[in-house]
Design a protein around this ligand. Structure first.
Ligand SMILES: [Zn+2]
Ligand SMILES: [Zn+2]
Length: 249
């Protein structure tokens, strides 16, 4: 079988609070000609433009939960799609948390045709499925109601995105042997934040799950960065996400 390289570009390594030029949560996962957006936070359109990605390049958008720092960029994308410069005609799949269809319907009742794109939207609340080379499975996390993380298999590569979550032991099985773990680190050791992990917890998770590469993300100003921790003894690669960072593997 011929494999296409897999890459992940961080579009937004931040959270709800703007700082250090970090946009809200969003990641672009590519394999060959296939392209999926994992969350669509504030500034996603600006970041897509910076990577030279057009709306038509995106096959599907995954939305982990209903917090604005993970999905308001979707409203921006849909509004922008009404401009004549948007050439897309093929349907766009939006998948994610249970309740997503009703959530989008509420925006439609508020904004009406302003967010009705000139192509079909296919909203899918399934907990697993496939899309091109991607096989995906959602898993429940400890955050807002209905919030999910996602585990994606692409050929022999495994990517796990926790979305927003507090630490819980079930995460270890979901993240098991991931080639890349994108981990929410919105909390601080000294300033716990309900529904988010801090740096010691993501290191523990990555170690227990035997991942190959840990990417710390969803920064708040108080998040302790991995670069200031002692990580030399860990057998996996530790890295802080920054906007527009691309990891190919
Ligand atoms: Zn968030
Ligand atoms: Zn959240």
């Amino acid at each position: 079988m011929e494999y296409s390289p897999v890459s992940l570009t961080v579009l937004g390594s931040g959270s709800a609070v703007p700082f250090q030029q970090r946009a809200s949560a969003s990641y672009l996962l590519r394999c060959g000609n296939s392209c999926v957006l994992l969350d669509a936070g504030f500034w996603v359109m600006e970041r897509l433009e910076q990577t030279g990605t057009t709306f038509d390049d995106i096959d599907a958008i995954f939305i982990s939960h209903r917090h604005p720092d993970h999905c308001m960029g979707l409203i921006h994308l849909l509004f922008a799609s009404r401009h004549p410069s948007c050439q897309r005609t093929r349907p766009l799949k939006i998948f994610g948390f249970n309740g997503l269809a009703g959530y989008l319907e509420e925006f439609r009742s508020l904004l009406g045709s302003w967010i009705e794109p000139p192509f079909a939207l296919e909203v899918d609340e399934s907990t697993s499925g496939s899309l091109g080379p991607f096989l995906w499975q959602n898993f429940a996390v400890h955050h807002s109601q209905d919030a999910v993380g996602i585990r994606i298999q692409c050929y022999e590569k495994r990517i796990v995105y926790t979305g927003d979550t507090g630490y819980h032991d079930d995460l270890i099985a979901h993240c098991r042997e991931a080639d890349l773990l994108i981990a929410d680190c919105g909390a601080s050791r000294h300033q716990p934040l309900d529904g988010h992990m801090h740096v010691d917890q993501i290191l523990h998770l990555a170690q227990q799950a035997q991942v190959k590469h840990l990417l710390q993300s969803h920064f708040y100003p108080e998040t302790e960065p991995l670069s200031q921790q002692k990580t030399r003894n860990f057998r996996f690669l530790c890295q802080e996400a920054t906007d527009l960072l691309t990891i190919a593997f």
